[in-house]
Design a protein around this ligand. Structure first.
Ligand SMILES: C[S@@+](CC[C@H](N)C(=O)[O-])C[C@H]1O[C@@H](n2cnc3c(N)ncnc32)[C@H](O)[C@@H]1O
Length: 318
């Protein structure tokens, strides 16, 4: 087990941002991305009166965190769920409104470290990449069965890969000879397919393709698109949502949902904005906040993090 597995990203800032909401009596906080429980444990420690509900789609993460959070007894409720099921989970638990919601999006360090899950391009492993291995299709199935045009779209949209066409031509040629099973063959193929100039920039040339496949396999952007508005909807007035994103596509979705909630919906030109058009949210961050250089030096996984937060200042108008 590597050491940086246990370092939660921008932890102090997340706790401070949630504090005004979680110091209220009977506060409920939801950690939508439990992972190894780093943020969750810190929430339970810092807010001793608060109840935690924590979700993860990865059963192994739930098992490990379950052990870690056992000392907190029934203050912590861990649930195997996708975070866009948040409304159903809260319903089942009989929780009408919550005071804080945290999202630490993306892959956990455990998922990256466990070579056999197939997330890492640096080690040869079966091309799986499912965060929940009990459902869905693997990265190998995506590579072997999707039409070429669909693969190009995915690599461009989710990996921001400029050489998508070139890479996909090579994939299609190769999969006709033999279906893909392992990551090393894909990494090698990408390296061979790219022109010299494209290889000199942006780290490992396979990085963008791996990110794109991971996002597709786990429907990550769809989940984020549904889950952030659902989290905002679940908030009591004074409640806060804090989100850590690791790539620009996720961050763009978060930014859009927060900005829409913080804007008035009044038609232009009204002299006084009636209550029903007033913003429901207040932005807690100006732009996205980044980790400090010190944090990045200690924990390289924090490097791409962008943090945004909002507070609910008004009920939804029905
Ligand atoms: C970056 S890790 C969280 C790390 C955690 N904050 C900690 O301190 O240990 C992200 C976690 O979110 C989970 N996850 C990703 N997408 C999810 C989704 N749509 N629904 C539920 N969990 C998800 C992953 O399985 C992973 O365990």
């Amino acid at each position: 087990m590597s050491n940086d597995r246990h370092v939660p990203v921008m932890l102090q800032r997340c706790l401070d941002m949630l504090a005004p909401a979680l110091q209220r009596p009977g506060a409920v906080v939801v950690d939508c991305t439990l992972g190894l429980g780093g943020h969750s444990e810190a929430l339970l420690e810092r807010f001793p009166e608060a109840r935690l509900v924590a979700l993860d789609r990865d059963k192994e993460a739930l098992r490990l965190s379950g052990e870690r959070l056992a000392p907190y007894g029934d203050r912590a409720t861990l649930v195997h769920a996708v975070y866009d099921e948040l409304p159903e989970v809260l319903d089942r638990l009989g929780i009408p409104k919550v005071d804080g919601v945290l999202f630490d999006l993306g892959v956990s360090s455990m998922q990256l470290d466990e070579a056999d899950r197939g997330f890492a391009y640096a080690q040869d492993a079966p091309l799986d990449m499912r965060m929940d291995q009990t459902t869905g299709i693997s990265a190998a199935e995506v590579l072997n069965t999707y039409p070429a045009g669909e693969l190009v779209r995915i690599l461009r949209a989710y990996g921001e890969e400029k050489q998508a066409k070139r890479i996909v031509s090579a994939i299609v040629r190769e999969r006709e000879k033999e279906p893909f099973t392992n990551s090393a063959r894909l990494v090698e193929l990408i390296r061979d397919a790219l022109p010299q100039a494209a290889k000199r920039t942006g780290g490992n040339p396979a990085k963008r393709t791996f990110q794109a496949l991971r996002i597709e396999v786990n429907h990550e952007l769809d989940s984020v698109e549904k889950a952030i508005p659902a989290a905002v909807k679940a908030l009591a007035v004074g409640g806060r949502v804090v989100v850590l994103s690791y790539q620009s596509l996720e961050d763009r979705i978060v930014k859009g949902v927060f900005a829409a909630g913080a804007a008035t919906t009044a038609p232009p030109g009204l002299p006084v904005v009636p209550e029903k058009y007033q913003p429901r949210l207040k932005l807690l961050t100006r732009g996205a906040e980044l980790p400090t250089e010190e944090e990045v030096a200690e924990n390289r996984r924090a490097a791409p993090a962008r943090l945004r937060g909002v507070e609910r200042i008004r009920e939804d108008v029905l």
